[in-house]
Design a protein around this ligand. Structure first.
Ligand code: LAG
Ligand code: CA
Length: 493
């Protein structure tokens, strides 16, 4: 389950959070395919509760009502079109799947118009009934919700923030979930983000995944399992460990973004230590993880996954992303966000619920593209920032090489090479780096893909000269907008 099924020479996922299927379809052909992205993580595709208080929060999509493919992102036909178009563009689709629970304990209707009553675990459009949610026989917390994260039984058998917990020990429930996932597989998706995996027993997940069909052989080759990455928030202090989930796929490594935020955002740690970055930092092996600086939860203070770097700190985000994509550890995911008005009150963001940009009827706004390739209509599109998409290409070019010549020049100045294919230098604080450095690259002139683009053999940014010994003069002011230089053999001028 840990093969992401990237088309050859691709290695980065982008989470197009809350995007509509039609917009993702367009993005695959006009940008993600040509720019070398491997895949898109899409928001949950199945019917969810319509929440009106607050008015249409993003988190309503984490309250399933049925497995019909009808949400604010679009309907089943639009979903199918997207998957087919993206696959043809060489871009995979991973679906965020919410299978631990259904809605909270109230009644209402869903985005496909189906009625539900969470209190009695009544979801007739699946159908699930009373017998299909966990209850007092297996959950022993005082109020049926999870209180104690040091008690695995509670974490897995009780309700997560009041969300009706599915009884995954039952074959009937396993069949329904597998039926949903197999439907997605039949449409051509390559894999799944498994929401709230920590709240499900590894054995139950194994039983669900054992029911899954292989992914489409025409697109992915024959005999291939779907790619599975499980959301397990394990910061080290709780009973449930990431390692319990390696048998059923990869896990989301939340420690990664927090440790990099300590260095690149808070400066409570130093970049000079990154020479040993990887599993020796107390993180799992590279092939067991998906890595990211932030996700849709911790970018807004939800989920308990630590305080990461987000688009609210654009300079630090670009530096951190450059490091993430230049370094071979893990399978990387970029967060692509929408704007909301942060309103911190007593440590919490009062607007942390705010849903995607929307029209008066609360339908999601389309993504528009500006002349400079950035997005409009309130979409941030971090993946379209030059410093970020050029590093996606860097990662593809240096694929298969290791970290070479890691060097530091003071606490927060580093450089390293990727074999003889790429080189990066980073200043993580306000200091100045001015050095002749061995890049290990063949001699020639290279386009610094941070300060500019490589277009038709020319560079719109700085050109870096590498001499016959592989040395280059690197001059970076930490107070400049982008204190990073990155060059690779795919962008020689
Ligand atoms: C996840 N990973 O394990 C998602 O990444 C995360 O976004 C989901 O929570 C969570 N698990 C459940 O799928 C989000 C919000 C919660 C929200 C929940 C359900 O972070 O705040 O809970 O989705 O919509 C909301 C209210 C709660 C309420 C609950 C039930 O915020 O106060 O108790 O709904 O009505
Ligand atoms: Ca559970």
């Amino acid at each position: 389950y840990s093969d992401p099924h990237c088309a050859p020479g691709r290695d980065t996922v982008v989470h197009l959070f809350e995007w509509k299927w039609n917009d993702i379809k367009a993005e695959c052909t006009r940008f993600l395919g040509p720019r070398g992205f491997c895949a898109v993580q899409v928001s949950p595709a199945n019917e969810n509760a319509v929440v009106t208080n607050p008015n249409r929060p993003w988190w309503e999509r984490y309250q399933p009502v049925s497995y019909k493919l009808i949400t604010r992102s679009g309907n089943e036909q639009e979903f199918r079109d997207m998957v087919q178009t993206c696959n043809n563009a060489g871009v995979r689709i991973y679906v965020d799947t919410v299978i631990n629970h259904m809605t909270g304990g109230y009644s209402g209707s869903g985005t496909a118009g189906d009625h539900f009553d969470g209190n009695s675990c009544s979801f007739p459009a699946v159908p699930y009934s009373n017998l299909d949610c966990n209850a007092g026989d297996v959950c022993h917390s005082s109020d049926g919700s999870i209180q104690n994260y040091n008690n695995p039984e509670e974490v897995r058998n009780c309700d997560l923030v009041g969300l009706k917990d599915l009884r995954l020990s039952k074959d009937y429930v396993r069949d329904k979930i597998a039926g949903y996932l197999n439907h997605l597989i039949s449409i051509g998706v390559a894999g799944f983000r498994v929401d709230a995996a920590k709240h499900m027993w590894p054995g139950d997940l194994e039983a669900v995944f054992a029911r899954l069909h292989n992914v489409d052989s025409n697109t992915f080759g024959s005999g291939k399992k779907p790619f599975i990455y499980q959301e397990v928030i394990d910061m080290g202090g709780e009973a449930i460990k990431m390692a319990e989930y390696f048998a059923t796929g990869r896990v989301t490594n939340f420690i990664y973004g927090v440790k990099l935020a300590d260095i690149f955002l808070r400066h409570t740690n130093q970049a000079k230590w990154l020479g040993s970055w990887g599993s020796s930092w107390g993180m799992p092996n590279t092939n067991d993880v998906v890595v990211f600086l932030s996700n849709h939860d911790n970018q807004r203070g939800h989920g308990g996954g630590g305080a990461p770097i987000t688009f609210f700190e654009p300079k630090q985000l670009k530096i951190g992303t450059a490091f993430m994509l230049a370094h071979p550890y893990g399978f990387p995911r970029i967060m692509s966000s929408y704007h909301w008005n942060r309103n911190i009150q007593g440590g919490d963001d009062a607007n942390n619920w705010a849903g995607p940009p929307h029209n008066n009827d609360m339908s999601t706004k389309s993504v528009t593209i500006n002349a400079d390739m950035t997005c409009g209509n309130g979409w941030v599109c971090e993946h379209r920032w030059r410093q970020i998409y050029n590093m996606v290409a860097f990662r593809n070019v240096v694929s298969g090489t290791g970290v070479l010549n890691f060097k530091s020049y003071g606490d927060q100045q580093i450089s390293f090479s990727r074999g003889s294919k790429g080189f990066i230098a980073i200043v993580a604080d306000g200091s100045h780096l001015n050095q002749n450095i061995n890049t290990n690259l063949p001699s020639g002139n290279y386009c610094d893909v941070i300060s500019g683009n490589y277009e038709n053999g020319a560079c719109t940014g700085k050109t870096i000269h590498v001499d016959s010994n592989g040395n280059a003069h690197i001059n970076i002011s930490g107070t400049s907008d982008d204190p990073v230089v990155a060059i690779h053999v795919g962008a020689k001028v």
